[in-house]
Design a protein around this ligand. Structure first.
Ligand code: SAH
Length: 361
């Protein structure tokens, strides 16, 4: 069941400490509700929240509960918990239990892989982490259009980088993550694709561990697989390619690496490879790759301006210059490119050839 409720003008009574209930309060406020808080402990909630005195009797709970549309129970001592449940049942008021936010002195950091830009490829774990965040550090490639819905009330900090221009240096990002967590916040570092695929996620984990901060990683869908798939290119395909190598084209490959890559065969996937494409194409050819080996350049995957360009090792540099190929793009080199939707005739031929080989085997 997928239900979206409109809370505008609705009264929601949240029960729990101001700290533990802060995310839940932020969510209901962001959804347009009037939020009331009953707390067994002291603490200052968001100034928009109306604080209500703790009822001393079952009758007191009934009066309170009957005056609201929904009760969100975050935490309560067992007697109060039971009184709330009974009051909601008697007054026929909706009751929901919600997860408390971290209240320790040290917060925590979760590195979240946001996938390649399409919100449909955000995982349930990513959404759950965002929902509980006090602060979200995000960058350019992950999904971010609906951050306000996914992490309502959180603070959003753009630490995005554009190619060749590091908006926020990596050490500063690490420092910000650590400082936010030391201030007791639940921190989400939202990254494009998977945090551990050229995302510098490892460095951020090490920085958190060094500062004694609990850190977790939520894997994401990597562009290395999802962006080729958009163009109809499977990175592996039975009898066509049984391995794929993913590398970063940020700096050029060495002669040794080029030689090994050609020797290995299979599919080659390059991220951050537009700037070093000429070096790569000539290097692959020099080490014996067929000149007519197909190459795909898929730019800005999952955006309105997504574009796939198909060429070959011999022609790709001229073709890329001709169409003005730019980052972000995923390059795919290998027979599987023949399976792409933009090369349907070639795909049929390749599949037939593969079927024939398989039939002979
Ligand atoms: N951690 C990321 C990769 C970060 S490196 C992941 O797993 O996907 C950044 C590079 O990823 C870009 O330069 C580009 O090569 C690729 N990339 C990421 N998202 C992309 C997209 N939506 N379209 C095309 N390329 C993308």
């Amino acid at each position: 069941m997928d239900v979206t409720l409109d809370f505008s003008g609705r009264r929601v009574l949240v029960v729990g400490g101001a700290q533990a209930a802060r995310r839940v309060l932020a969510r209901y406020l962001a959804a347009g509700a009037t939020a009331y808080l009953v707390s067994e402990t002291a603490g200052m909630p968001d100034p928009r929240v109306r604080v209500v005195a703790l009822p001393r009797s079952r009758g007191g709970w009934s009066t309170l509960v009957s005056a609201v549309d929904l009760v969100a129970l975050v935490e309560a001592s067992p007697p109060n918990d039971q009184a709330i449940v009974e009051a909601c049942s008697a007054e026929r008021t909706w009751l929901t239990r919600e997860v408390p936010a971290a209240t320790g002195r040290t917060g925590q950091v979760t590195l979240v892989g946001g996938g390649p830009g399409d919100e449909g490829l955000l995982t349930l774990a990513a959404l759950a982490a965002l929902r509980g965040a006090d602060v979200v550090y995000y960058d350019r490639l992950g999904p971010r259009d609906r951050l306000a819905e996914w992490a309502p009330g959180a603070e959003y900090v753009n630490v995005g980088k554009t190619p060749g221009h590091h908006a926020v240096p990596q050490v500063h990002i690490e420092r910000m993550l650590v400082e936010s967590a030391l201030a007791g916040k639940t921190v989400v570092r939202l990254k494009g694709g998977d945090p551990f695929v050229f995302g510098r996620g490892g460095e951020e984990v090490i920085a958190c561990r060094a500062a004694g901060i609990p850190v977790a990683v939520v894997s994401g869908v990597t562009s290395a697989i999802a962006v080729p798939a958009l163009a109809g290119i499977p990175v592996t395909h039975r009898d066509v390619s049984r391995l794929f190598t993913v590398f970063s084209g940020h700096t050029p490959l060495s002669e040794d690496e080029l030689a090994h890559l050609v020797g290995l065969g299979g599919t080659i996937v390059v991220l951050m490879g537009v700037g070093t494409l000429a070096h790569l194409a000539s290097g692959l050819a020099r080490h014996g790759m067929r000149g007519d080996m197909p190459v795909a350049i898929i730019e800005r995957g999952f955006s309105d301006s997504q574009r796939t360009t198909i060429a070959s090792v011999d022609t790709v540099v001229t073709t890329a210059a001709g169409v003005g190929a730019r980052s972000p793009a995923v390059l795919v080199i290998g027979e599987v490119v023949g399976l792409s939707e933009s090369a349907d005739a070639a795909a049929v031929e390749l599949m037939q050839a593969a079927a024939t080989i398989a039939g002979q085997a």
